[in-house]
Write a protein that binds this ligand. Sequence first.
Ligand code: ATP
Ligand code: ZN
Length: 210
Amino acid sequence: MKTLKIAIQKSGRLNEKSVELLKNCGLSFDNYKSSLITQVSNFPLEILFLRDDDIPEYVQDGIADIGIVGENGIAETDVDVTYLQRLGFGKCKLKLAVPTHSDIKTVADLNGKSIATSYPVILQKFLDKEGIQSDIKTISGSVEISPGLGLADAIFDIVSTGGTLRSNGLKPFADVMSSEAVLIGRKGIESDALITELMQRIQSVMRAKE
Ligand code: ATP
Ligand code: ZN
């Protein structure tokens, strides 16, 4: 019998809720952190534990049939996958922020300024749409400290409560994207009977939570 593969985040903000969702769907598996692949014992499904950044491409290329990832992750990699379902967790916003006393007050004020981010693709698309030209500085983490270090005039980052921004003397001034975890699949997988079965289980778990 055919076995499906699902890719979920190995560790990080989506890992725990992804594992919980699969368990709530009645799937039995060992969640050993050290093993990168685990077999579900009561459903023809294998779970691959990956970095979230790699999941969209693994799904696009069919190495995994489906995956759980933030919408921002898909937007950033620009892959061609099918959105199967929103999952209601991992909610966050991607915002532009500046130091509290900055004279940048609007998106238009970003023209000619520098912006530090780990999400250059989403940011560039937004700036193009707004007709703004800025110097995007791509860095992989600790984006919030870059204005204080003189690396950038503004930042573009994921914000959930705003606490990290505040403690770094930053204030958000524009929302660019809202994101939550979604189930994605490779093209054509939506007609697979096992996927239909799994999605029905996910939907009833989500209904039970409402
Ligand atoms: P990995 O090691 O897998 O690359 P990461 O450090 O890139 O992990 P996480 O910080 O674990 O990523 O975030 C994964 C996803 O969780 C984000 O892309 C986003 O969709 C979602 N998310 C939800 N809330 C937050 C938040 N407060 N901060 C960051 N990401 C959040
Ligand atoms: Zn990542």
